[in-house]
Ligand binder design. Sequence first.
Ligand code: JFZ
Length: 432
Amino acid sequence: LLLLCTLFALNVSAQGKKLFPETPEQKEKRLAWWTNDRFGMFIHWGLYALPARHEWVKNREQLTDSAYQKYFEYFNPDLYNPKEWARQAKAAGMKYAVITTKHHEGFCLFDSKFTDYKSTNTPIKKDLIKEWVEAFRAEGIKIGFYYSLIDWHHPDFTVDRSHPQRAKSDAEYDALNKGKDMAKYRTYLSNQVRELLTNYGKIDILWLDFSYPGKNGKGHEDWGSESLIKMVRQLQPGIIVNDRLDLKDYEDGGDFVTPEQYKVAAWPTENGKRVPWETCQTFSGSWGYYRDETTWKDVKQLLVLLIESVSKGGNVLLNVGPTARGKIDYRAESALKGMGEWMEVNSRSIYGCTQAPEKYARPDNSLITYNPVTKRLYVHLLDYPLQNFTLPGYKGKIKYAQFLHDGSEIRFSAPSGYGYRTNGLGENDLNL
Ligand code: JFZ
């Protein structure tokens, strides 16, 4: 009996461990705009735009600092115009945006006091983040900063399994890491996050990336995650933070979960409760600009991704990897435009929407989203045009039905058997 009681107590305290005094209702309120807006732009931009073969190129090809140095020396995005990026994001229906202020390569797009490895010291000579924030804020888009916890350039960041310099044995790790001091890196990391959350006004989202605890990995002890997140919330009380700080022991170690480059089967849960989630996705596979990649998703795939995510209660953060000249790739630009054309008439089925109550069955090859405030149900017909379709189980629940693209009425009836017509618009377009 004593043993059972002890286990029970341990279990309760693990689930109840919290960093902040916020109630679930307060959290819901803090996240309300984000849950409502559903669709954001991710931007991966850095020196890796020059080699143009993946943002992990330094690691993949095990490039040394001096081999990588040429990208720093030739970094000159002369066509950089963040107002144009913001225009494209807004036209696509995106309501927030998250940019890499520093990726794993360690290069900073902002003017940091704590490093020389920054855009102001390259031929472009500018704080690119400052201009970006101004341009996106001017379009009414919420501001998010991605900051890489990993740093392949900082001299105190120890070589581990994520590092371009790979060690094959414990002895090799020891030799490579002699004299490196993660405590110094921790201070650097916290100083830079403080700069980002102090020098650019109100920041709506912080996306820290990423933890890989275990042998030759790094986690919350390496980043100082507990004190880092406390500082973050002190500097920006309303901010929304992702879940990659390795604070899984805490109930509130992150605001949302981040399934990456795959579709979730159902709304993700923790301890049996549905949690806020955002899937981040690429247009073509790589996050950084990749010149020769051919696996581009088409507009319909991307729209289905968005609709499907909302139909399971989630958000989409869709990534663009701008070029070394500072332009959004023409294929991404055209896909964004296509999504925007759809959003112009259909965004009502995305913003403020979520998973529909169980009682609404999903017709074949369709997705449904639901606005709990207006109580409107949106049936996305992936096979349209149809002459006629059936919604089993909705009898008595529908007051009025219309198409969203033109507001035209859809007549409906509840026949005893399911009637079916094969040509022309029928007396009834919808069977219940
Ligand atoms: C990370 C980065 O390494 C990558 O370059 C990109 O920035 C992406 C958005 O985030 O990649 C990850 C991080 C975590 C997982 C997978 C890919 N994960 O936990 O499965």
